[in-house]
Design a protein around this ligand. Structure first.
Ligand SMILES: NC(=O)C1=CN([C@@H]2O[C@H](COP(=O)(O)OP(=O)(O)OC[C@H]3O[C@@H](n4cnc5c(N)ncnc54)[C@H](O)[C@@H]3O)[C@@H](O)[C@H]2O)C=CC1
Ligand SMILES: O=C(O)[C@@H]1CCC=N1
Length: 269
């Protein structure tokens, strides 16, 4: 019999992770219970064969090895206490931005085993980035189980300084949105340059996909790969003069990441 998992909240992030785990066969649907108050989202989860409930009170005698919180940081204090009774047998994972392990220890008990995780939505297709921070109560075996589960969603790494989670959130948690916006902008720029919309979108998407794969798989530094595209006096140099002149794009990204990091700190208060 596999380990039992309760997923609390099956919105954008919870559903992305659920799909990744089930698609990879890391969890059997019969071992998963989803708690989700929104009927449409509950029905969406149920199509995968998992058990569903609208609230913790409906769970009855369900036991769990792992309870995963994928609800908004703003509702954590209301939602989490209902699962305190499981602390003897279960470990807890939270993906809530900003919310410190200390908050969960306050709500679940000082002895509760808690892993804070910052995932991102490419987890839905096994290409996510998951960063973990575990409290002192998490046993090695539990950490291994969680890491193995999460590798179905993509790359997994751990940090041992929890304060870095805000920066992690700003880079990889929110990061897919920056890249999606880059695709939107490159598509719009292609259209402005005369390409039909569909063609511009295909070119923008495949270029981001191919460049990301090349950066990851070639082992070359991104700067070196950039130079390989850039012929002296050519087209790329003309474009990079705009993007890199006065460090325009870098400055924008530094400001954007800092705004996200600060917001993550605020969400934790
Ligand atoms: N969306 C993303 O890309 C990422 C989100 N996160 C974190 O994931 C968490 C969820 O974010 P999203 O999925 O984007 O939000 P969402 O709003 O799509 O999902 C949250 C879900 O929780 C449900 N919910 C509310 N009260 C509940 C309760 N008492 N019991 C069970 N479920 C309840 C809501 O109905 C909703 O479906 C947040 O804490 C966020 O910081 C972390 C990394 C990336
Ligand atoms: O926007 C947010 O607050 C969440 C956390 C990281 C990505 N989405």
């Amino acid at each position: 019999m596999g380990r039992k998992v309760i997923l609390v909240g099956c919105g954008n992030m919870g559903y992305a992770m659920l799909k990744g785990w089930l698609a990879a066969g890391r969890l059997a649907p019969a071992d998963v219970t989803v708690v989700e108050p929104n009927p449409e989202l509950r029905a969406r989860a149920a199509t995968h064969g998992v058990k569903v409930a609208g609230e913790a009170g409906e769970l009855g005698e369900v036991t769990a090895d792992l309870v995963i919180f994928a609800v908004k940081p703003q509702v954590i204090r209301n939602v989490v206490p209902a699962y305190r009774g499981m602390a003897g047998s279960a470990a807890y994972v939270s993906v809530a931005a900003g919310t410190a392990v200390a908050t969960f220890e306050e709500l679940l008990g000082a002895d509760a085993a808690i892993i804070r995780c910052m995932p991102n939505t490419p987890a839905a297709i096994g290409k996510g980035m998951m960063v973990l921070f575990a409290n002192r109560n998490v046993r090695g075996e539990t950490k291994t189980f969680v890491e193995t589960l999460l590798t179905a969603s993509g790359a997994v790494t751990s940090i041992d300084d929890e304060t870095l989670m805000d920066a992690v959130t700003a880079v990889s948690g929110s990061g897919p949105a920056y890249v999606f916006h880059f695709i939107e902008c490159l598509t719009a720029a292609g259209e402005k340059a005369g390409l039909p919309g569909e063609t511009a979108r295909l070119l923008a998407m495949q270029t981001v996909y191919g460049a990301a794969c090349l950066a990851r798989e070639s082992g070359e530094a991104p700067g070196r790969l950039r130079e390989q595209v850039t012929s002296p006096g050519g087209t790329t140099a003309a474009a990079l003069d705009i993007l890199m002149g006065e460090e325009r794009l870098k400055t924008l990204l530094v400001d954007a990441v800092e705004a996200a990091r600060r917001r993550s700190v605020e969400l934790g208060k």
